[in-house]
Design a protein around this ligand. Structure first.
Ligand code: PGA
Length: 256
């Protein structure tokens, strides 16, 4: 392991998707905090639904656990019914926001161009973007996984200033592994993460080594350690297994 790998602090993030009421969210935090108290050397992040952001932020106050949003609109304000602006995320204490999740790309028609605008808008507010990329099963079977990821990265990061790559987090989430119980093997994930880092190296030569790349797709307490042992896997973006505080705490404390 090189010094630069050591320098990348693991980042374990809970993506709750469209789950949990405000009360359920607060109950989760109340249960989680004692479990992860004193966790050193990892960043722990929770992305609740928009409705619970403020209350979860309040419940996390004074802890090291960070608040994230699951989405954002790149505009600052205006006639965009149903959307939420970066300044509104900042207002409720979000330190990070997920953009380009495959569910947003597939179910809501979001393009890499739109993801690029979101990423740039977050940078303006100093909210860290977790930029998701991932190929479908059909793309992998057609041997297109690497070219698809290359395109998604290029498009989604197009508006990031050359000197700000170091502020990004990338999440590699193969679509066929999300919510399916089928995880990419650590070898498969590492191969793609190394490829992603090489692409980042072309775009952000001096920052690529410090950019954290999360793996996502059926991460569970019993597979997280294996995945995290690989050189270019610097964290996890966790859906299903993040809904239970015990399970998410085990993932966040994978090193313990
Ligand atoms: P999963 O979801 O852990 O339920 O597979 C991961 C994600 O979509 O972020």
């Amino acid at each position: 392991m090189t010094t630069s790998e050591n320098a990348r602090k693991p980042i374990l993030a809970a993506n709750w998707k469209m789950h949990k009421t405000v009360q359920e969210s607060v109950d989760f935090v109340t249960a989680l905090l004692p479990l992860v108290e004193g966790a050193q050397g990892v960043d722990i992040v929770i992305a609740p639904p928009f409705t619970a952001l403020e209350r979860v932020g309040t419940a996390l106050a004074g802890s090291a656990v960070q608040l994230a949003a699951q989405n954002v609109n790149p505009e600052e304000k205006g006639a965009f019914t149903g959307e939420v602006a970066p300044s509104m995320l900042e207002d409720v204490g979000c330190r990070l926001a997920i953009v380009g999740h495959s569910e947003r790309r597939a179910l809501f028609g979001e393009s890499s161009e739109f993801v690029a605008r979101k990423t740039a808008a977050l940078l303006e507010r100093s909210i860290q973007a977790i930029v998701c990329v991932g190929e479908t099963l059909a793309e992998r079977e057609a041997d297109r996984a690497f070219s698809v990821i290359e395109e998604q990265l290029k498009g989604s990061l197009a508006l990031v200033p050359d000197d700000r790559g170091g502020e990004l987090v990338i999440a590699y989430e193969p679509v066929w592994a999300i919510g399916t119980g089928k995880t990419a093997t650590p070898d498969m994930a590492q191969e793609m993460h190394a490829f992603i880092r090489a692409q980042l190296g072309k775009r952000f030569p001096s920052d690529a080594d410090s950019i954290r790349i999360q793996y996502g797709g059926s991460v569970k307490p019993d597979n997280v350690r294996d995945l995290m042992s690989r050189a270019d896997i610097d964290g996890a973006l966790v859906g299903g297994a993040s809904l239970d505080p015990q399970s998410f705490a085990q993932i966040a404390l994978f090193e313990a």
